[in-house]
Design a protein around this ligand. Structure first.
Ligand code: HAM
Length: 432
């Protein structure tokens, strides 16, 4: 029997899970700072939640199956349809607008490659029930705060922003009707040569003069450059929204984090307004996050029209980037404060000392078998304990215990009281 995990999945040994938890904890902390509430849903859903009225690539990547009752089900490839289902189920009871987040485990039968796996985690932040562009502002500020919390700077990532409304209105204005066929070509524009771009437009049935207009439009790199292209009423309205978003983010001092990128169209069919993607600054990796506004998803899934906007940020590319920038921590909040060792054969002094220190609020690990002292120090090192205490040292008194600060190697007597009152961080005793 193979000991390998299935292709595109990961095992999380404790050392890996520590990093994973660091990512989850940071995600959660920033969501809470921004006033988002956590929700969850089932890991599998009815298949038609993902397949109905959807022509997305995601459908070809579904892990679907029939259960023993003959129901067609699928492991969730994304969270947004579940969110829309939750909204549809209790729409009237939900006070809108609301801001929710979730950190689901997702499944996509993708070609496993760097940054893309078949099982991954994805932070979702969504705002439901307001058409206000300030919902987009809130989400984009949260993305920036989140990445800053991971110690990434404007030199490390960039948020590309576009608008499906602007695109759709421009296509309509110049008389291109086959927008759905054109979107995937626009989505590739930044990655292919101009000749290939023109060729693909031709294959969609777009005449050369129109293709040239579209190509010129796609070259716009700033909001101001867009102005001369947009003449129709819907195009101007859509443009104003995009302009308000850029102006707000600029006034909030975020201009270095954002850029207009018309080639961001997004693969998912349900987006209707602002769309955005986050990339590493060199664009050498897959997208770190992506999202946008979806006006019709709730209605398409059988509910009332409730507008939503949100994004998903995967754990895989994020971890790759943090690793590359050497920003993954080496010490964790869950590491034991203290490891208790013994010189002699009797382990019970270690247990009773551990019990009293745990009551005092310390995280305590201890030796579990008779072992050479050096082996116990190795074990203390391996679990990340800041201090080793010697439970049966002859130097111990009624009030003091001998021990060693792991970081400095300094051997000293620790006051029992002080150990019980304070929590030990990085080998120093911090008063509560
Ligand atoms: P998405 O662009 O499909 O959007 O995924 C968002 C992010 O999830 C990607 O940028 C990437 O970080 C991560 N991701 C996607 N697929 C994989 C994979 N196979 N392996 C690793 N990471 C992956 C959505 O899923 C939308 N539902 C997001 C959203 C929420 N839109 C509105 N609200």
């Amino acid at each position: 029997l193979s000991t390998q995990a299935p292709k595109g999945t990961r095992d999380f040994y404790p050392a890996d899970q520590k990093w994973q938890n660091f990512i989850f904890d940071t995600w959660k902390q920033v969501c809470i700072q921004f006033g988002y509430e956590e929700y969850e849903g089932p890991i599998f859903e009815h298949l038609d939640l993902f397949t109905d009225k959807s022509g997305d690539e995601i459908v070809t990547q579904l892990y679907n199956f029939q259960d023993k009752g003959g129901r067609d089900l699928a492991l969730r490839p994304e969270m947004t349809p579940t969110l829309a289902r939750l909204v549809n189920q209790k729409n009237r009871q939900l006070k809108k607008p609301f801001k929710w987040f979730s950190m689901p485990r997702l499944f996509r039968y993708e070609r496993a490659q760097k940054g893309r796996l078949r099982e991954f985690f994805q932070l979702n932040m969504d705002i439901m029930g307001t058409p206000s562009i300030y919902a987009e502002v809130d989400l984009l500020l949260a993305i920036i705060a989140m990445l800053q919390q991971f110690k990434l700077t404007q030199k490390d990532f960039i948020i590309g922003i576009s608008s499906r409304r602007v695109l759709a209105a421009f296509l309509q204005q110049i008389g291109i009707e086959q927008a759905d066929a054109v979107y995937p070509v626009l989505d590739k524009q930044a990655k292919i040569s101009r000749e290939d771009f023109m060729q693909k437009l031709k294959e969609c049935g777009i005449d050369l003069p129109l293709a040239q207009q579209l190509d010129e439009f796609m070259q716009c790199k700033t909001i101001d450059q867009l102005v001369p292209f947009l003449q129709s009423e819907p195009a101007i309205m859509a443009f104003k929204e995009l302009q308000t978003l850029f102006a707000a983010l600029q006034q909030l001092g975020m201009q270095d984090y954002i850029t207009l990128d018309l080639s961001i169209v997004r693969g998912l069919a349900y987006y209707t307004g602002i769309v955005f993607e986050v990339f590493d600054a060199q664009k050498s990796m897959r997208a770190l996050a992506g999202g946008g506004r979806y006006d019709n998803l709730c209605a398409r899934l059988g509910g009332e029209a409730v507008t939503g906007v949100g994004f998903g940020m995967g754990d895989v590319v994020l971890k790759n980037l943090l690793e590359e920038k050497q920003l993954l921590p080496t010490e964790f909040a869950t590491d034991p404060d203290v490891f208790i060792a013994v010189f002699g054969d009797n382990l019970l002094p270690a247990f009773s000392l551990a019990q009293s220190l745990r009551k005092g609020g310390l995280k305590v690990a201890q030796t579990l078998q008779k072992q050479k002292f050096n082996k116990q120090l190795d074990a203390a090192n391996a679990c990340g304990a800041a201090i080793v205490l010697f439970a049966d040292s002859e130097a111990n008194t009624a009030t003091h215990i001998e021990g060693k600060v792991m970081a400095t190697g300094e051997q000293t007597l620790f006051a029992h009281e002080q150990l019980l009152q304070g929590s030990i961080v990085h080998g120093t005793i911090k008063e509560n």
